[in-house]
Design a binder for this molecule. Structure first.
Ligand code: MOS
Length: 695
C-alpha cells in the first residue's frame, strides 16, 4: 500500500537534523551551559577490590576555583534502586577497578581536573579474581539470561546423537571483552531549581533516566525533566541510566549550581558496561548429507560482583537450524570486574560468531558448500518453540547475496589463492535478530496552516528517528513528509520506550501511526476551518510481548566477506563486505542502509581489531581509550554494501517493519573468520584476528 504522499514511507530522504549536526548547531548533553554552570571531574578507584581507607582532599580544596570534593562522607544520600551500579559515593567499598571514589567540582573544567588529580586516596585491598578462565571457579547457572531467556534449553538427546554422529565438530571459540565507545562519551549537565531537577543527558531513553533520578532523589517524576535531544551513539551503553547523570545531579545539589560532568574515554569502559567475554564450546553432529543431528552450544561468561548481567550468546542456536536434538546453555562467574551490559546485539553478536564459525567448519568437514549446508537445515518452524515464523527469508538472503557477491565462482579449496605474500579467501555467515516492540504513546496535532506536529519522547541516537517518524506520520495522514514536524527527545513529551533492542522505530512508529490514523479520521469527518489551537489526537500502543505472539518473529540476513591475508605479517585486510537482509519493510532506504553498514563495520572491528583485556594484577581494562582500542577507521573499511529483499509480514506492526539497528553486526565476524580460513587453510578461533595471532 505505497502512499502517494510525497516523501512518505519508503523514500530515501535525508535526516532532518543532518545540517544542524555537521554545522555544530545540534547540542549534545554537555554542550548546554546554564547560567552559573560549573564543572565536575571524577576520581576512580585504582585497585580491583577492597575499600577506601582514607581520602585526603586538603590539596584538592586548595586548587583555585574549586568548590567541593564529594566523597562517600560528604555526598548526598541516594535512595536505593535495583541497579547497584548507580549507588555511587554511598560507601567506601570498591567493587572493581574504575569505581567512583570522589568527585571534584570547580569553576572551570581545568580546575576540576586539577583538583581531582590532587585527591589522595589510600585503599585497603583484598584478593581479587578478574580474568575469565575456561572453567572459572564459582561459575554457576543463572536463573535466566539477558532478555529474560531461559538459561538452558534441551531437546531430544543432544549428547547421545553427537556421540553417534558420523560427521562432527567439537570446537571452542573465544570473544574477548569489548568496549562500548560511542562517538559521544557519556556526560550530563544537571541543575536544581525550586526542588525541580533538570538534566541534559546522553541516553537512549529519557524516560528511564527520569524514573531513576526520581527514585534516587525521592522526587515525584513530574519534578524531573530529562532532555536527550541529540545523542552521539549508544549501542546499548546508554540504554540504562548511567552513573554520570546521578553524579552530575548529586554535585549540583551539593554546590547549588548547575554542574556538567563528562566521563573520559578511559572511564567509559569501566562505568557504562562492556560486552562480557564469552567462551563457547560448540558441538555439531551431522549425517554425511549435511542433516544436523545434534547442536550443542555452551557459553561461559562473566558478570560483576554487584550486578548480574549474562550475555545470552547461546540463544540464537534456538532459532537458526532444524533438528530434534539440541542443548543451548549458559554459565556465568561473578568476578571483580566492572559490570557488563548491552553492546550492539548482545547475545547474537558473539553467539553467532561461534555458531556460524562452527557451521563453516562442519561444511568443510562434509566437503559441502556452506550455503548448501545452511539451506539443508532450514527449519519449518522455530526449532525451540515450535511456533511458525511470521516470516523467514534466510535462504533468499543467502541466495541473493551469493549472486551479488559472485559466490558461484568460488573455489572451495582453502589456502590456494596466493599472490606474492598475500592469500585471498571468501566466507559467508548467517545473521538473525529478534523483533521486539514495546508500549508507546504519541500525539499529533493538525494546525490550521497545514502543519502536523508529532510529539513523542523518542530518542535519536544517530539513526534518523525524527525523519522516519515523520515519514510514518505522513503516510498515515496522507500528506507529504514536509507537512510533518517531529518533536522528540524530552520527558515533556508523551512517554516512549528507549532506542534499544532494534525496537525504537517499530515501537514509536506504531503509536505515531495510530495517532495519525485517528487524526485523519477526525479530519475527514469534520468540515470548516480548524480551531486556532488545531486538532489533536493521541494513541497508546501496547507493543507485542514476544511470549504473547503465536509467531516467532525475527529478522534474518546473510553476510559475505572477502579478505586478504599477508603471510609475512599476519595482517588481515577485509576487501569486500556484503550484507543482504530480510527485515520486513524498509521505511527509509538511506537511513536503513546506514544502519546496516554501521553494523557491518562494527562487526569488522570485532573480527580484526577490537579486543579488550583485563589486567590480572590491577583488574583494570587495558587499552581502554581509542589509542589502545582500535575501532575501524576509514582506511580499514573497504567496499561495504547493504541490500535487502522485499519482505511482507502482516504479523509485526502497521508499518510492517522489523528492527535493523543490530543485525548488521550479527555473523559479520564469522563471515570474516571463515574467509580467513578459506584464505589460509588455518582455523583461528579467538577474536580479534590480529597479526600476532595470524602470522
Ligand atoms: Mo542495543 S545493545 O539494545 O542498544
Amino acid at each position: 500500500m505505497a502512499s502517494q504522499a510525497h516523501n512518505a514511507v519508503g523514500s530515501p530522504i535525508e535526516r532532518r537534523e543532518g545540517g544542524a549536526k555537521v554545522s555544530g548547531g545540534a547540542l549534545y548533553a554537555t554542550e548546554y551551559t546554564p547560567p552559573g554552570c560549573v564543572y565536575a571531574w571524577l576520581v576512580t578507584a585504582t585497585v580491583p577490590k577492597g575499600r577506601v581507607a582514607s581520602l585526603d582532599t586538603a590539596a584538592a580544596l586548595k586548587v583555585p576555583g574549586v568548590l567541593a570534593v564529594l566523597t562517600p562522607d560528604s555526598a548526598p544520600r541516594l535512595a536505593d534502586t535495583d541497579d547497584a551500579t548507580l549507588a555511587v559515593l554511598q560507601n567506601s567499598e570498591v567493587p572493581h577497578h574504575g569505581w567512583p571514589v570522589a568527585l571534584a567540582v570547580a569553576e572551570t573544567l581545568e580546575a576540576a581536573r586539577a583538583a581531582a588529580g590532587s585527591v589522595g586516596v589510600a585503599y585497603e585491598t583484598e584478593p581479587h579474581e578478574s580474568v575469565l578462565t575456561e572453567d572459572p571457579p564459582g561459575a554457576y547457572t543463572p536463573d535466566e539470561v539477558n532478555g529474560g531467556h531461559p538459561t538452558e534449553r534441551r531437546r531430544g538427546d543432544p549428547e547421545g546423537r553427537f556421540a553417534a554422529a558420523p560427521v562432527k565438530i567439537d570446537a571452542r571459540y573465544r570473544v574477548p571483552p569489548l568496549y562500548n565507545h560511542p562517538m559521544e562519551p557519556h556526560g550530563a549537565t544537571a541543575s536544581w531549581r525550586d526542588g525541580r531537577l533538570t538534566v541534559y543527558d546522553t541516553s537512549q531513553g529519557a524516560d528511564p533516566v527520569r524514573a531513576v533520578l526520581a527514585q534516587v532523589f525521592e522526587l515525584p517524576e513530574e519534578r524531573v525533566t530529562v532532555v536527550c535531544e541529540h545523542v552521539g551513539g549508544g549501542f546499548g551503553s546508554k540504554g540504562t541510566p548511567r552513573p554520570h547523570v546521578v553524579l552530575a545531579a548529586m554535585a549540583s545539589l551539593h554546590v547549588r549550581r548547575p554542574v556538567k560532568l563528562a566521563l573520559t574515554r578511559r572511564q567509559l569502559t569501566e562505568l557504562v558496561g562492556h560486552r562480557a567475554p564469552t567462551d563457547h564450546r560448540l558441538r555439531l553432529g551431522a549425517e554425511p548429507d549435511g542433516t544436523l543431528t545434534s547442536l550443542i552450544h555452551e557459553v561461559t561468561t562473566h558478570t560483576s560482583r554487584i550486578k548480574e548481567f549474562v550475555e545470552q550468546a547461546a540463544v540464537p542456536g534456538r532459532v537458526m537450524y532444524a533438528g530434534a536434538n539440541s542443548l543451548t546453555a549458559h554459565r556465568v562467574a561473578a568476578l571483580d570486574v566492572p559490570t557488563p551490559s548491552w553492546m550492539r546485539a548482545p547475545g547474537e553478536a558473539p553467539g553467532m560468531y561461534a555458531l556460524e564459525s562452527a557451521v563453516d567448519e562442519l561444511a568443510c568437514a562434509l566437503a559441502m558448500d556452506p550455503i548448501e549446508l545452511r539451506t539443508r537445515n532450514e527449519p519449518d518452524e522455530e526449532p525451540d518453540s515450535g511456533r511458525p515464523f511470521s516470516s523467514r527469508h534466510l535462504v533468499e538472503c543467502l541466495r541473493e547475496g551469493a549472486k551479488r557477491f559472485g559466490w558461484a565462482e568460488r573455489d572451495h579449496r582453502a589456502g590456494v589463492r596466493r599472490s606474492g605474500a598475500w592469500l585471498t579467501g571468501t566466507g559467508v555467515a548467517a545473521a538473525t535478530y529478534p523483533v521486539l516492540v514495546s508500549p508507546s504513546r504519541a500525539t499529533v496535532t493538525a494546525h490550521p496552516d497545514g502543519l502536523h506536529v508529532v510529539r513523542i519522547n523518542a530518542t535519536d541516537i544517530g539513526t534518523g528517528a525524527r525523519t522516519v517518524l515523520a515519514q510514518i506520520a505522513a503516510e498515515a495522514l496522507g500528506v507529504g513528509a514536509e507537512a510533518v514536524r517531529t518533536e522528540i527527545g524530552t520527558t515533556g513529551l508523551p512517554k516512549a520506550p528507549l532506542a534499544g533492542g532494534s525496537s525504537g522505530t517499530a515501537s514509536w512508529g506504531w503509536a505515531v501511526h495510530e495517532a495519525c490514523r485517528s487524526l485523519a479520521r477526525r479530519l475527514h469527518e469534520r468540515s470548516g476551518p480548524l480551531p486556532p489551537e488545531g486538532l489533536t489526537a493521541s494513541a497508546d500502543t501496547r507493543g507485542t510481548a514476544d511470549a504473547e505472539s503465536p509467531y516467532a518473529r525475527h529478522a534474518f540476513g546473510a553476510h559475505f566477506a572477502e579478505v586478504g591475508v599477508d603471510t609475512d605479517t599476519g595482517e588481515v585486510r577485509v576487501r569486500r563486505l556484503l550484507g543482504v537482509y530480510a527485515a520486513g519493510r524498509i521505511l527509509n532506504p538511506r537511513t536503513a542502509g546506514s544502519q546496516f553498514i554501521g553494523g557491518m563495520v562494527m562487526g569488522l572491528g570485532m573480527a580484526l581489531t577490537e579486543g579488550g583485556r583485563v589486567d590480572p594484577a590491577s583488574g583494570a581494562f587495558l587499552g581502554s581509550d581509542l589509542a589502545g582500542y582500535h575501532v575501524p577507521a576509514h582506511a580499514d573499511v573497504p567496499e561495504v554494501e547493504a541490500h535487502w529483499i522485499d519482505e511482507e509480514d502482516a504479523h509485526l506492526n502497521p508499518m510492517g517493519s522489523k528492527g535493523i539497528g543490530e543485525i548488521g553486526i550479527v555473523g559479520t565476524a564469522a563471515a570474516i573468520g571463515n574467509a580467513v580460513h578459506h584464505a589460509t587453510g588455518i582455523r583461528f578461533r579467538e577474536l580479534p584476528l590480529t597479526p600476532d595471532q595470524v602470522h
